[in-house]
Design a protein around this ligand. Structure first.
Ligand code: UT7
Length: 332
């Protein structure tokens, strides 16, 4: 049986910082409210000419540089994003050509903030089945391109970034100890990007092509659903939650994460998040959290790591894996 293993990780965030103090000049808000309600202090904003595939390419170059890995023999690219450069062609195909690996299959996965976890599930299964041997899984979004900077209830949350993990055949054991996914389209109305359709389930959609969100509903749903799912995933792997070393939830809001930890009994100190400096980066949030932890030596060989994505859909996906990563050959 072929198993997938993690061969490298990389990440990139744009240079421009949008701090809470900057938002105070744009909408009726203040640093204290934002920090107390969300934990977010700043986010990164892509330049006008910088799109999701560009961020992904920078993340892949970071991975190549740190792990001294060639990517020209990658045979599949999965780009998890809800903000591709264009509706089509896919971000994945753009990434492939910009990296000089046009021979690889290329597909985008849109499962919003749960996208990266779906990407890891798919890539792991595609490698285990023998279909592909070397897959780049990107989680990336340029949320600033679809954020209404006159809407204080959403513009304080979102930021841009990209993370990537390279999975390849050759693992000694199954990468995923347990997995799960779930969707409930009846909750689609609670967070959406307005666009072509004027209504959903008979309810009129608001907006101007940007994110529209009923924050309280999404908050309530997340803190109810995620603790239950964590317990189910641990049980499916024959573990107690206490035996899990790291929890990596989607970095939506620190209060959501604290509430999930309190309800599930999982210690906040063993939880990884990227929102303080990067905000809610949607599909990028989990790989950014992982890479921050790698750089801080908070992820080590053999640890059990529970990834959990949740977001617009409403969708959720979990992956419990045993962490293993080659030593980087150059400084991050
Ligand atoms: O990744 C996609 C999934 N999305 C999420 O996970 C988002 C989940 N939801 C949240 O993170 C939170 O609901 C928010 C951060 C969006 C909002 O926090 P909240 O504690 O739920 O605030 P709220 O919406 O209940 O609003 C409380 C008050 C309201 O004023 P009144 O009606 O009590 O007078 C808002 O108008 O805070 C006001 N408010 C603000 N005040 C200052 C809303 N946004 C702001 C703001 N600055 N930026």
């Amino acid at each position: 049986m072929v198993h997938a293993r993690i061969a490298g990780i990389g990440s990139y965030v744009p240079e421009k910082i949008l701090a809470n103090a900057d938002l105070e000049q744009m909408v009726d808000t203040n640093d204290e409210w934002i920090v107390q309600r969300t934990g977010i202090r700043e986010r990164r904003i892509a330049a006008e000419h910088e799109f999701t595939s560009d961020l992904c390419v920078r993340a892949a170059l970071d991975l190549m540089e740190r792990y001294r890995i060639r990517l020209d023999d990658v045979d599949h690219i999965i780009a998890c994003t809800n903000t591709p450069d264009y509706p089509f062609p896919s971000a994945a195909s753009q990434i492939g050509s910009k990296l000089g690996i046009p021979a690889a299959g290329a597909v985008d996965v849109n499962a919003t903030c749960a996208g990266f976890v779906h990407g890891i599930q798919l890539a792991s299964a595609l490698i285990s089945s023998g279909m592909y041997r070397k897959i780049l899984v990107f989680g990336s979004d340029t949320m600033s391109k679809i954020t209404d900077y006159t809407d204080r209830s959403t513009c304080i949350l979102f930021g841009d970034g990209a993370g990537v993990i390279l999975l390849e055949a050759g693992g000694e054991q199954e990468l995923l100890l347990a997995h799960s996914s779930h969707s409930d389209g009846t909750g689609g109305i609670h967070v959406y990007r307005s666009g072509l359709s004027g209504s959903m389930d008979g309810k009129e959609l608001q907006g101007n092509g940007c994110i529209v969100q009923n924050g309280r509903e999404v908050y309530r749903w997340a803190v109810t659903e995620v603790p239950k799912a964590m317990a189910r995933l641990a049980a499916a792997a024959g573990l107690n939650l206490a035996e899990i070393d790291r929890f990596v939830p989607h970095s939506a809001n620190l209060r959501i994460i604290e509430s999930i930890c309190e309800k599930s009994g999982f210690p906040l100190e063993r939880t990884l998040y990227s929102l303080v400096r990067y905000g809610n980066t949607s599909a990028a949030s989990i790989p950014l959290s992982l890479d921050l932890a790698v750089k801080e030596n908070r992820l080590t060989e053999g640890q059990t790591v529970l990834l959990y994505g949740f977001g617009a859909g409403l969708v959720q996906a979990g992956a419990l894996l045993r962490w293993s990563l080659p030593e980087a050959r150059s400084e991050a």
